[in-house]
Design a protein around this ligand. Structure first.
Ligand code: PLP
Length: 444
């Protein structure tokens, strides 16, 4: 379409002017945006590649926002969407209404999810899923007579979204504190991703751990602990072996729900269907979004265990929660097709195999450049650190944005990846290509 446009350059400059005037961008410096306009105006994409209006091609090294898992321009997903839209694009699931793709997708997810995570509440994205998990956890405790069990414990560097509750559970200060939001029941983003949960009070990192918070607050005031199986936007942090099992045990010991935020990890990204599958734990709730439709439609959901569903379904009045797009039929039809393709094309095992290639590549970079260190991958969720002197454990000076510089350089060379440098001295780069990548793509 663009090629047909008489003057693509003129079109790009027109869009840039309109963008600066009429669009406020998420997670973007607004002043710079108004001054300089969009950095990139996408015009199309195919597979792992993206094209912009200037005629440049990029490798999408982070699947946009870790979500375009089947890659761009996937026609089967478009066809599934078209078919559903021309049949019935939207139908509500409020007031007991149902439709086929929504029910079928619920069944399919129950079959894929571990243990007895068999019931889903649909949302339109990750933040809504986490807010819903918090509400359903608290509602469950209320129904059981524990009205004080309301607090949510989350981890430092965890990212759970930007609605007020998900925002306050997020352990990245810029997001957590944006616009001065508060929620007295979610004030615990202090716990570290450490091995402390495995040990006892004499562990050097006991202070600030999940266990210490539970002991200080009292288990009767805590509804749930939320963790990403592998932290994404906090800088790709893979937990130490045994950590998630220990957190599961801790939650059992104190009768607290465990919420796994699988918004990035879920649906194959890490080389298993879900992130928790690496450590064989079954959380009480699991939040999903992104990879459920590979970004071709907006959809999320919270999957819950049977005993939670059983308690909630004993409630004999209206469940006063729900989004207009909870169980959107078109999004669900896309979700069903997306899972069908993931299974048909063996993309979960491809993510695992290609992850091993990516890991080799990261080690190659570590050998080649002394400032590249701590390369880590789980399937196609990967990250590495940049440090002044990794051997002596010396980070770059806080004023040095090494990760941003590196990512800018990659951008100039046609690769889109993501920097994380929200703490002084933190310089992390994330790579998370679509699950369809092959060995050549990874090597490139
Ligand atoms: N949880 C995790 C782990 C995420 O990575 C994200 C988004 O990046 C969210 C929740 C929020 O999802 P959404 O942006 O769809 O609301």
């Amino acid at each position: 379409k663009l090629a047909q446009h008489s003057n693509p350059e003129k079109l790009a400059s027109e869009l840039s002017i309109l963008d600066r005037k009429h669009l406020l961008h998420p997670s973007t410096n607004p002043k710079a945006q108004v001054q300089h306009g969009p950095k990139l105006i996408f015009s199309g994409g195919k597979g792992i590649h993206l094209h912009d209006m200037k005629g440049n091609t990029y490798i999408d090294g982070v699947s946009m926002l870790w979500n375009v898992n089947l890659g761009h321009g996937q026609k089967e997903l478009a066809d599934a969407s078209y078919q559903q839209m021309t049949n019935i694009a939207y139908a509500s699931t409020f007031y007991g209404y149902a439709n086929e793709p929504t029910v079928r997708l619920a069944e399919k997810i129950a079959a894929l999810a571990p243990g007895d995570l068999n019931t889903i509440f649909f949302t339109s994205g990750g933040s809504e899923s986490n807010d819903t998990a918090f509400k359903l956890s608290r509602f469950y405790w209320q129904l059981r007579g524990y009205t004080e069990k309301r607090k949510i414990i989350s981890l430092r560097r965890g990212y759970h979204g930007v609605t007020v509750a998900a925002q306050r559970a997020t352990g990245i200060d810029a997001y957590r504190n944006f616009s001065g939001s508060i929620d007295p029941d979610i004030d615990n983003a202090k716990a570290h991703l450490t091995e402390c949960e495995l040990g006892a009070k004499d562990h050097p990192e006991y202070e600030g751990s999940i266990r210490s918070i539970i002991e200080k607050e009292g288990k009767d005031r805590i509804a749930a602990v939320i963790v990403e199986p592998i932290q994404g936007a906090g800088g790709v942090h893979i937990p130490p072996e045994g950590y998630l099992k220990a957190v599961r045990k801790l939650c059992d010991e104190f009768d607290i729900h465990l919420i796994a935020d699988e918004v990035i990890c879920g649906l194959g990204r890490t080389g298993k269907m879900f992130g928790v599958d690496h450590w064989e734990i079954v959380p009480d709730f699991m939040s999903i979004a992104k990879g459920i439709t590979s970004g071709y439609a907006q959809l999320g959901g919270v999957i819950m265990k049977e005993h939670i569903r059983d308690t909630i379904t004993e409630y004999d009045d209206m469940l006063a929660h729900g989004f207009t797009y909870s169980g959107h039929p078109t999004a669900c039809a896309v979700g069903l097709k997306n899972i069908e393709i993931i299974e048909r094309d063996g993309l979960v095992s491809n993510a695992s195999l290609m992850g091993q290639e990516l890991e080799k590549g990261l080690h190659y970079l570590e050998d080649k450049y002394h400032f590249v260190t701590n390369g880590r991958t789980k399937g196609l969720l990967a990250g590495f650190d940049l440090m002044e002197d990794p051997k002596a454990d010396i980070p770059f000076d806080g004023s040095v944005k090494a990760a941003t510089t590196l990512v800018e350089n990659c951008y100039e060379r046609g690769l889109l990846i993501r920097p994380f440098d929200f703490e002084p001295g933190m310089n992390i780069v994330a790579i998370a290509p679509p699950l369809i990548v092959n060995k050549n793509d990874v090597e490139k």
